[in-house]
Design a protein around this ligand. Structure first.
Ligand code: ZN
Length: 203
């Protein structure tokens, strides 16, 4: 199992970090060990002083595939939720400055939080999914998949040109604007529409 993550997939978020809007999806990965197991505590990592949350819609891959066409991409995932792509922003800024890979900022243990899964149904309007996250009870991020630069189908088609997709893989589809810092003691709760999908505390 692996996490395939899309960076800079919302124009407003790319702008808030001073990044260009990409022509093709920006891809990075997290290993299986990045998963925060359900009901396990999340600890603020020792190697950062600027831990950022990025709340994102996540898709669960349900079929093995490679070179998947956009037309068939919807056949390859069966569940949807929201998650957090935790990022050590200070570490990432240093790596970006030096042109180095992002793993130390993005792919560390427990940096991927997943909510409960909802089954994807034929009725789901994939281009109009509202999602949000609250920090200590206040909404800090809210987005809608209609604002994605690259939609689900494009992401799956593009990613699968490079990486075979396997059952159980998870795709993080990018964060909307409003990323920010969290501190020890903060509580983060993610929503798909009005439905609470995860709630974690930073220890
Ligand atoms: Zn992200």
């Amino acid at each position: 199992m692996k996490f395939l993550c899309i960076g800079r997939n919302y124009v407003e978020h790319a702008k808030e970090l001073g990044n260009e809007v990409p022509e093709e999806p920006v891809i990075f990965m997290k290993p299986k060990s990045a998963l925060l197991q359900q009901n396990m505590p999340f600890y603020y990592p020792a190697f950062t002083n600027e831990l950022h949350y990025e709340c994102e819609v996540v898709l669960r891959i349900s079929k093995n595939g490679k070179y998947i066409s956009e037309e068939n991409a919807h056949l390859y995932y069966d569940a949807i939720s929201v998650g957090i792509d935790f990022t050590a922003r200070d570490v990432q800024s240093e790596l970006k400055k030096k042109g180095l890979p992002w793993e130390k900022a993005k792919a560390w243990d427990n940096s991927a939080v997943l909510g409960n899964w909802n089954a994807v149904t034929a009725e789901l309007d994939r281009k109009n999914i509202a999602f949000s996250m609250k920090k200590n009870g206040e909404v800090v991020q809210s987005g809608n998949t209609r604002d994605m630069i690259h939609g689900f189908d494009q992401i799956i088609a593009h990613v699968s040109n490079y990486f075979s997709l396997n059952i159980g893989d998870v795709i993080f589809t990018g964060t909307p604007k409003g990323v920010g810092e969290c501190l020890v003691g903060d509580e983060l709760e993610g929503f798909l529409g009005d439905q609470s999908m995860f709630k974690i505390k930073v220890h």
